[in-house]
Write a protein that binds this ligand. Structure first.
Ligand SMILES: NC(=O)c1ccc[n+]([C@@H]2O[C@H](COP(=O)([O-])OP(=O)(O)OC[C@H]3O[C@@H](n4cnc5c(N)ncnc54)[C@H](OP(=O)(O)O)[C@@H]3O)[C@@H](O)[C@H]2O)c1
Length: 453
C-alpha cells in the first residue's frame, strides 16, 4: 500500500510455507514477477471429478511415475511440445494428445547463426574445452554472442503482415513440418496451421512431430466435451480412459498479481487492469507511484532476445532510482495521458502484424480477436532504444524537499569525486560522478553505452 504522505510503499510479506507475515517499507517497489506464473486450468466440465492423477505442466509432480500409464495431455503450446517427446519413450506409456488448434513447429532458433559461424546447430552443449577457448578469446566470444543476438533481432520482419520474410517463413516451416511428418497426411492436416507463423508463440519443438508418429501416441483433435472420473469424453461421444491427465494449458497472462497492490486513492492494480493491463511503455502505471515493472504487460517479444529487454528494463529502474536520488524526488509516476497514448499505439501497431491473424494465443487478453497484452509493440531493437533513454517529461515528480527549495539536491558543495573519486572525470568518456556502489563503469551495459538521463 502506498502511503501518500511519505511516498513509501508499505509491504506485508507472507511466508507461504509457515504462514508467518512481516512488514517492510520501500521507497521504490519493483515487480519482476513476469507474466507466465499464474497457472491456468482449462475450463472443462468435470475436470475436478477425474479419479486419476491430475496435474498442470506448471506444477509438475516429480513423484509421479508415468511408466505403464495411460497419460492424456491437453494442449499443444510450448509446454506440451516439450513434454510429449520427453515422455513418449517411457516404458509402457500410452499417450493421448488433445490439441484443439493447429500450431507451427519452427526450425530451432539460432540455427542460421550457428551455421553462419561454421558451427553445428545441434551441438549446443558447448564442451568445457570450447568454453575455456571462449574465455581466453573474448573477441571470439563477443563475435559469437553478437552474431546470435543479431540474427534473432533481424527475424523481426517475419512478424509483419505482407513481408516476404513472413511468407518465406510460412513456406519454410510448412515444408519442414511435412518433411518431419514423413508422409503422415493425417497429422499434417490436423496440425499444420493456416495462420501466419508467430501469431501464436513459435516453438521449435525438437522431437515433437516425430513423437506424434510413434505407435504409443494418438493426436486427438476432436473437441473435449467433458472430463469424467475415468478420463476424457469427446464431442464425438468417444471416451478416452486415462490414469494421468496433464493440463499443459498455459498461464493467465492478463491476471494482476495474486497479492494486492493498492496505489493512490485506494485504487488496486486488479481494478486498474480491468479489462486488461495497461502501462507506460510496460515499465510503470499511473496512480501507482514508485512502482516499476520488469517483464510487465506488453514487454514480451515475438522475435529477438527477451533477456536483453529485461536487462534494459532493469537499467531503466536503476536510472529512475538515480534520478530520484540525485534530484531529490519523493515520487515518480507516469502521466495518465502517456499511458493512454501507449495503449492507443499498441492497438494501432498490432493491426499490421501476424499477431492479430486468426489464431488462439496467450499473447491476447482472451479469445481470438481480443487485445494483445503480452507483446512489445515493435522490434526488440526498437524496444532497447526506447528504454535506453527515459523521457522524464512523460512522468510527474513530487519533490522530497519540505522547505520549498527545489534545488536542495545541489547538496553542501562537496562532490564524491573529492573524497576518493576522480575529480578529473570529465577528461574521460563515459564516466559520471556516482557513489561507490553501482558505479556505471562496473556494468557491462554502461561500458558500451554512455550513461544518460
Ligand atoms: N523456454 C521454455 O523452454 C518454455 C517451455 C514451456 C513454456 N514456455 C513459455 O510459456 C509459454 C506458455 O506455454 P504453454 O504451453 O504452457 O501454454 P500455451 O502456449 O498458452 O498453450 C496452452 C495450450 O492449452 C490449450 N488449452 C487451454 N485451455 C484449453 C481447453 N479448455 N481445452 C483444450 N485445450 C486448451 C491451448 O489450446 P488453444 O491454443 O487452442 O487455445 C494451448 O494449446 C510459452 O509460449 C513460452 O513462452 C517456455
Amino acid at each position: 500500500m502506498n502511503e501518500e504522505t511519505s511516498g513509501v510503499w508499505n509491504i506485508r510479506v507472507l511466508n507461504v510455507k509457515t504462514g508467518e507475515t512481516f512488514q517492510d517499507t520501500a521507497n521504490i517497489l519493483v515487480s519482476a514477477r513476469g507474466g507466465l506464473n499464474q497457472i491456468s486450468w482449462p475450463d472443462i466440465k468435470g475436470l475436478k471429478d477425474f479419479n486419476g492423477k491430475l496435474m498442470h505442466s506448471g506444477a509438475w509432480d516429480e513423484s509421479i511415475d508415468l511408466r505403464n500409464k495411460r497419460v492424456g495431455i491437453i494442449g499443444n503450446g510450448s509446454s506440451a511440445i516439450q513434454i510429449v517427446p520427453a515422455i513418449q519413450p517411457l516404458e509402457g506409456l500410452k499417450l493421448s494428445c488433445f490439441a484443439r488448434s493447429p500450431t507451427w513447429i519452427s526450425s530451432s532458433f539460432g540455427d542460421a547463426a550457428m551455421e553462419k559461424m561454421g558451427m553445428d546447430p545441434r551441438d549446443t552443449k558447448f564442451s568445457r574445452r570450447h568454453r575455456e577457448y571462449m574465455a581466453r578469446n573474448p573477441d571470439k566470444y563477443s563475435h559469437f554472442r553478437k552474431t546470435l543476438e543479431a540474427e534473432a533481432a533481424k527475424l523481426f520482419p517475419i512478424t509483419l503482415e505482407g513481408t516476404i520474410e513472413r511468407d518465406g517463413a510460412m513456406a519454410l516451416f510448412e515444408a519442414g513440418m511435412r518433411q518431419r511428418l514423413d508422409g503422415r497426411e493425417d497429422l499434417a492436416t490436423a496440425i499444420v496451421p493456416k495462420f501466419a507463423p508467430g501469431c501464436r508463440r513459435l516453438t521449435p519443438g525438437p522431437g515433437y512431430l516425430e513423437a506424434l508418429k510413434e505407435e504409443n501416441v494418438a493426436l486427438i483433435t476432436t473437441p473435449i466435451q467433458e472430463v469424467t472420473t475415468e478420463g476424457i469424453k469427446l464431442a464425438s461421444g468417444e471416451c478416452v480412459e486415462l490414469d494421468v491427465l496433464i493440463c499443459a494449458t498455459g498461464y493467465d497472462v492478463k491476471a494482476p498479481p495474486t497479492f494486492k497492490v493498492t496505489g493512490r486513492n485506494g485504487t488496486t492494480l486488479a481494478e486498474k487492469w480491468k479489462p486488461y493491463p495497461q502501462s507506460y511503455i510496460s515499465i510503470a502505471i499511473d496512480e501507482f507511484p514508485n512502482f516499476l515493472l520488469v517483464g510487465g504487460p506488453n514487454s514480451g517479444l515475438g522475435s529477438g532476445s527477451l533477456i536483453s529487454v529485461f536487462e534494459a528494463q532493469g537499467d531503466y529502474v536503476v536510472k529512475v532510482i538515480r534520478k530520484m536520488q540525485r534530484d531529490d524526488y519523493a515520487t515518480i509516476e507516469p502521466k495518465a495521458e502517456r499511458v493512454a497514448d501507449f495503449s492507443q499505439y499498441i492497438d494501432e501497431y498490432f493491426k499490421r502484424t501476424v499477431y492479430t491473424d486468426d489464431c488462439s494465443s496467450w499473447y491476447r487478453a482472451g479469445k481470438t480477436g481480443s487485445r494483445i497484452v503480452a507483446l512489445w509493440p515493435g522490434s526488440s531493437a526498437q524496444c532497447l532504444e526506447v528504454l535506453r533513454s527515459p523521457r522524464w517529461e512523460d512522468f510527474v515528480f513530487e519533490t522530497a524537499d519540505e522547505t520549498g527549495n527545489l534545488l536542495r539536491w545541489l547538496g553542501n558543495g562537496w562532490s564524491l569525486t573529492l573524497t576518493g573519486g576522480d575529480p578529473s572525470w570529465f577528461l574521460e568518456a563515459d564516466v559520471v560522478d556516482v557513489p561507490e556502489e553501482g558505479k556505471p563503469e562496473e556494468s557491462e551495459f554502461y561500458k558500451r553505452r554512455p550513461f544518460s538521463y
